[in-house]
Write a new protein. Structure first.
Length: 452
């Protein structure tokens, strides 16, 4: 029965689609022909008959157009309702459930079943109306499987369920190249489907099929990006660890040589290399844990200037070793504000370490400062250096994880962590730099006052 009645589906869709695009060129040709005959001899019966026929045709076309436009706007309303729910979509099964609910709402049928096609062409029922899970209808499962294999829209009549006869419309959920499932809508035989209702089901299934296709494509793109990210992470870690282990091995060899030859200078050199390698490994592990940890900032009333001064004091020894000047320009009006002190210390340290690596030994100058803007309720924190600067084409990459301009000396975590801390506090971080003229990192933090 389905093969014969599938023609009804086709005619129903055509009868709706045709009036929406009225054959205006045909009507204009008929009108021009009528005008010529009328001008030639308006008294002829043939002309009068033609006028009557033209008017009748025009009335029929207008009636068809009214039906078509009604169906067209019904489809638009259905699609709009689908789109409203799709905004909070989680996965393809949820989308199929939305289709089922909206079909019940608009067509008010006796049955709605939505099947999802899984691997191996197996069908899984993801939505059913009515929701009596205790009942199972193998006949409907069979119809869904057969129609999915045939590919197309079908109308099944006189299907007996619980002693009553029903008509079922089956519409595949598909794209141009892939099938995702099938929609089955049933109604008692005496209340059979009207043409615009069939067209509505076909249009809804087409929209959902398109959405499912886009969703699968998006999921594939995400998977590809995740694989690339994992590969880059492994490559970056392997590179850093290999460099550290190479230095560690060299330091151990010097220690071994110094002990054999009893040379204290060689022993001291080997020890310093081993110690630096240990510090780098420790820094790398802590940075990995810091970056990967998802946590809300532990906000406490904090004096930013005091935190900054303490961090600067802890770096004075390093600055002294490299003969670099580190100056502070702190705004005394910066208020006590809610910050995560430990995270902010990481931010300031990473920005200062970055500046310290960028400046030249014996000539380096680093400025760190704060400024309060009460009218904007913002605090600016900046770190400025007179180092080598950053090429314009690289400034968009410096906050990426594992990206470093320091070669083997950098881990690529410092600025990535700095940006993460700033975002955790609702702020922004910017870099201003020119090659050979140093760099300035500007952090803008919104002021959140402690509750009194």
């Amino acid at each position: 029965m389905a093969k014969k009645t599938s023609e009804k589906i086709k005619k129903a869709v055509e009868s709706i689609a045709k009036p929406v695009t009225l054959p205006f060129s045909f009507m204009c040709d008929r009108l021009s022909e009528l005008k010529r005959k009328w001008e030639k001899d308006p008294s002829k019966k043939e002309v009068v008959s033609t006028v009557d026929g033209f008017v009748d045709t025009l009335i029929e076309e207008a009636a068809d157009a009214e039906k078509g436009l009604f169906a067209f706007f019904s489809e638009m309303l259905f699609v709009q309702n689908l789109a409203e729910e799709v905004a909070s979509l989680e996965n393809e099964l949820t989308l199929m459930e939305i289709l089922g609910r909206r079909t019940v709402q608009f067509l008010q049928p006796d049955f709605v079943l939505v099947y999802h096609k899984s691997t191996g062409n197996n069908l899984t029922l993801v939505f059913r109306y009515p929701g009596d899970q205790g009942k199972h209808f193998p006949a409907l499962d069979k119809i869904a499987a057969e129609d999915l294999a045939r590919v197309g829209e079908f109308l099944h009549e006189n299907i007996e369920i619980d002693g009553r006869l029903y008509a079922f419309v089956s519409v595949p959920l598909r794209s141009t190249s892939e099938q995702f499932g099938i929609l089955l809508i049933g109604r008692q035989q005496e209340k059979t489907f009207r043409p615009h209702e069939i067209s509505l089901a076909v249009a809804a299934a087409a929209v959902v099929g398109f959405m499912l296709s886009n969703m699968k494509l998006h999921q594939q793109i995400l998977r590809d990006k995740q694989l690339v990210a994992v590969g880059e992470t492994m490559a970056g870690l392997s590179h850093d660890i290999r460099n550290i282990l190479t230095n560690l091995e060299g330091g151990l060899q010097l220690l071994d040589l110094g002990l054999k030859e009893k040379k204290q200078k060689t022993i001291n050199l080997g020890y310093s290399i081993v110690r630096r390698s240990y510090e780098r490994m420790k820094e790398l592990v802590l940075a990995m844990v810091d970056f990967s940890r998802q946590r809300e900032p532990d906000l406490k009333p904090t004096r930013l200037n005091d935190l900054l001064a303490d961090t600067v004091a802890s770096l004075k020894e390093r600055c002294r070793e490299k003969k670099v000047k580190l100056k502070q320009q702190l705004d005394e009006n910066v208020p006590v504000m809610l910050l995560d002190p430990w995270r902010m210390e990481r931010l300031i340290s990473n920005l200062l370490f970055n500046a310290l690596e960028a400046v030249e030994e014996g000539k380096g100058l680093i400025l760190i400062g704060t400024k309060y803007y009460p009218e904007e309720s913002m605090v600016h924190l900046w770190v400025k250096d007179n180092g080598c600067g950053i090429q314009p084409q690289l400034q968009d990459k410096i906050f990426d994880i594992f990206y470093s301009t320091k070669g083997a000396r950098g881990t690529g975590f410092g600025l990535a962590i700095a940006q993460k801390v700033v975002k955790e506090h609702g702020g922004t971080i910017q870099v201003h730099s020119q090659p050979g003229k140093g760099a300035t990192f500007l952090v803008k933090l919104p002021v959140r006052f402690p509750e009194k």
